[in-house]
Design a protein around this ligand. Sequence first.
Ligand code: FE2
Length: 192
Amino acid sequence: MIKVIDNALTKDQLSDIKEEVFTWLEYYRSQDMDNGIEGNTFGYPMIRPNKYAKYMDDIIKKEYPSKKYMFTHSFTRVYFNNSGLKIHLDRKHLDLTASVNITSNLDEDWPLYFSNISIDWERYMSKDEEALDHDLFESEFDIYLKDCTPYYTKPGQAILGEARLYPHWRYPLQCRKDQYYVQTFYHWMEIK
Ligand SMILES: [Fe+2]
């Protein structure tokens, strides 16, 4: 089940993260390591989002009182014009994900789509039982694409859910070259 959590991070926490994001961007641009104006940046392994992992952890405990999750890591991505996110499932051990809107200067929200249909991992498991059978999954994309919900967020809001069970994606972002969208992802592993 996918939920939108209001005020997952405060304005001050968002500003703190934003400052680090733009420091990274500036550095990578100065080194020509990131084109900075087209497509997705890679995920920045930043320090500041992890300062707030405990706050996120408290939300998880409240939202899933009967389950035990362990925070594993966060990463942050900046999206520019022509960015996208193909339909996918999160990898093994990323049982729960919170995707937090950090900041954006887009003219309108850029929704994250989640299928309303969860996958049956037993059906899609590859022979080595470690990964998804991508060919089979791809051949059945339509089932998941047809029945979906777009999730819109404001800065500070988080989309929270089992991203390993529900296929999710974003359609290509069309915006000006000076526009951006920043998301931090927090991940947890379920302890059974
Ligand atoms: Fe994902």
